[in-house]
Every structure is written in C-alpha cells, then in structure tokens.
Design a protein around this ligand. Structure first.
Ligand code: NAD
Length: 347
C-alpha cells in the first residue's frame, strides 16, 4: 500500500462518482470483478480479523458497523436497515465505508456504499449460486422487487448464466419497476401476481424482501427438491423470510456463523444446528452440493469481508481516473506534534 500523500488527502468516491465508475466499467463486468475479488478474499478467510457486526437496534430499524482487516488493510462499513423508509421516499439500506493503511492508520479510501452494497450483495449471491445451485440452472424466482432486485438478477445472469427471472412483490409497482429496468438486460422477464406463481420452474429462488418481523415469504410446500435458495432479506434479529420447516430440509451455507446465528434464517434453529461455512466450500475443505435432489440454502446476511473486497476493487479501479475527489478529512500539521499551532495559524 502506498503511503499517504504529503497533504494526507483521502480519495472520496461520491454517489455520482460511483455511478460514473459503474457506467464506465459496465454493471455486469464490475460485479464479475467484485465477485472475483470476494472469491480471492474468501480463499484467505482465516487471515482476516472477524467479528459479528456491531448493531444498534431500534423499533424501526438497525444501524451497524462492519469492520475487518487482512493485516495490511483495515476496512469498515456503516450501514442501516429501515424497512419503513421507502414509504417516506427514503432507501431501506444506505451505507458508506472506508479503507485504511494498517501500517499508520491513515485512511486511503472513503466511499459511498449504498450502491456498492447492492453490487457486492449480488456478486456474493451469484458466487454462492455458481457453486451451490443445480447444474444448468437457468430460471430464478426473484421475490421482493426493491432496490437490490435488478442487481441480483443481472449478477445471476452474468455469473451463473440464468436466462429467465420471475418477479413477485406484494407491491405491483415494485414489480413493474423491476421489469422495466430489466427490459434491456437480455433476460426473459416474467411478472407474477403471487410467490407461488413466481417459483414455478425456478431452479434458484431469491427472497429479498424487507419487513422487520418473522415473515413467511416461502412456506415448506413451496420448496421442491433440488432448488437453491438465496435468502437475502432475513438479516437481523426478529427479521426472517423462510418457514422453519424449510431449514430442516435444506443444507445450509453461511458466511460467518457467529454473525449468521444472530441475524440469519438460522436464528430460528437451535444454536448447534449444523451449517457449512461457504468459504470452506470454495477452498475445498467442505462439501457443497452433492446431489441433484438436495435443497441448498445460502443464508445470506452480508459480511464485512465482502465489503472489504468491494472497497479494494474500487480503490484499484479509480486509479488513473477522475472518479473521486481528494478529501481534506485528516488534520496533518507539518510538525506532527503542533496540532495546536496549525489551528492558531489558520486564524
Ligand atoms: P427495498 O425496501 O427496496 O425492497 C424490499 C421489497 O420487498 C419491497 O418492494 C417490498 O414491497 C417487498 N416486500 C415486502 N414484504 C414482501 C412480501 N411479503 N412478499 C413480497 N415482497 C415483499 O429493500 P432492498 O434494499 O431491496 O433490500 C431487501 C432486503 O435485503 C432488506 O431486508 C435488506 O435488509 C436486505 N439486504 C440484505 C443484504 C445481505 O447482504 N444479505 C444486503 C442488502 C440488503
């Protein structure tokens, strides 16, 4: 990692920069790049500092900090989850994050992460599905057609090879929005009026709804043999999407068990219910899908290493571009011990 510049200016990637970066690289190639980065970092999983995220809960939502470090680079994300926000015209999930140099603690990147979270979540879902979904999976049901849904669909197309997405949301306006946005994607898009209709013929079922309760988006009878479940929306204590009976029939893959047991679908199970850490499937130390009839479940909650990987991708991608603003966010007096003098001279 390069040392900070003399003036300790920190590259800041705004929402506008992020949108320009994505449109410059292309959404699918960027999610592929982030997916590769996450896969590479999952291969060196034991090296990272890991902790369940630090959550501050309220009746209406949660605010969380997600830190990690690989020993050279430290990163964290600030993220919220407020399912009631959209009725006030606000996002359910917003985020920003930072990377810094472990050698001196100076930040080296500060970035918006509301959009980047959608990309990294979709890239992680697709990475898991590429490994766990039945061979030749081409049809995905997408239940919950909010902010994450198009990113999920396009990542599954680019990384897993799906050709058809079947949409359902309790709010038909969300489904119409998602269908419109996916029109030019090359996917066959089928808008459905119930979750039952959406899952017809689906090899992958993604649940990506937002509701702070033990919701039942899928009941046991809706999940047939051989399906891969990608459960995104159950990511907080008291916020789940799947009927417990499904969990008892599925082989469950998680990011970081210590966090998922608190936040994921498996909060509904006994604390010793067996789960497989997904990184171990990637490294070959644990088994993934072993037969065509098996139900696989990626109980996704979102883990700090995925954000770290995405931020490292952005740090490298903005080099040589103007997709950032140098930000004066660190006081850096010429004499490091004369912080007071610097303030006094600025009068
Ligand atoms: P959003 O509010 O934009 O969209 C959620 C959609 O779910 C809305 O359109 C809503 O109408 C729909 N919905 C609610 N209840 C439903 C039901 N019973 N059946 C069908 N649809 C229903 O939210 P978003 O940004 O798309 O996020 C979706 C969920 O994913 C949230 O719960 C969020 O916390 C979670 N999330 C998880 C990760 C992760 O890494 N696992 C990352 C980002 C977001």
């Amino acid at each position: 990692m390069t040392s900070p510049s003399h003036k300790a200016l920190v590259p800041f990637v705004s929402v506008d920069h992020m949108m320009r970066l994505i449109n410059h690289i292309g959404l699918a190639p960027m999610m592929l790049g982030i997916c590769d980065r996450i896969e590479a970092d999952f291969h060196r999983w034991p090296l990272f500092d890991k902790t369940p995220r630090v959550a501050s809960h309220s009746d209406v939502g949660v605010i969380e900090l997600m830190p990690t470090s690989d020993g050279d680079v430290y990163g964290f994300k600030y993220v919220n989850g407020h399912p009631g926000n959209t009725k006030d015209g606000l996002q359910t999930v917003t985020a920003f994050g930072l990377l810094s140099d472990v050698a001196n603690g100076y930040p080296v990147l500060f970035s918006e992460m509301t959009i980047l979270t959608a990309l990294r979540t979709a890239a992680t879902s697709a990475l898991a599905a590429r490994v766990l979904a039945p061979k030749g999976a081409t049809v995905m049901a997408m239940i919950g057609n909010g902010a994450q849904s198009e990113f999920q669909s396009i990542a599954m197309q680019a990384i897993v090879g799906i050709t058809e997405v079947r949409l359902y949301d309790v709010d038909p306006a969300a489904t119409a929005k998602c269908a419109r946005n996916l029109q030019a994607s090359g996917l066959k898009v089928v808008s459905c009026t119930s979750a039952e209709e959406a899952i017809l013929g689906a090899h992958i079922i993604t649940t990506c709804t937002a509701d702070k309760q033990y919701a039942t988006i899928l009941t046991d009878n809706m999940v047939g043999a051989g399906v891969h479940l990608n459960a995104i929306g159950g990511d907080c204590p008291g916020k789940t999407e799947l009927a417990p009976a499904i969990l008892h029939r599925a082989d469950i893959f998680v990011e970081y068990p210590e966090q998922t047991r608190i936040e994921g679908e498996i909060q509904q199970l006994d604390a010793d219910h067996p789960v497989t850490e997904f990184w171990e499937v990637l490294t070959g130390t644990a088994k993934g899908r072993t037969d065509a009839k098996q139900i696989t479940l990626f109980d996704s909650v979102g883990f700090a290493i995925e954000d770290f990987s995405a931020l490292c991708y952005v740090r490298d991608a903005i080099k040589g571009t103007d997709f950032f603003t140098p930000l004066d966010m660190l006081a850096d007096p010429d004499d490091p011990r004369d912080l007071f003098g610097m303030v006094a001279r600025a009068k």
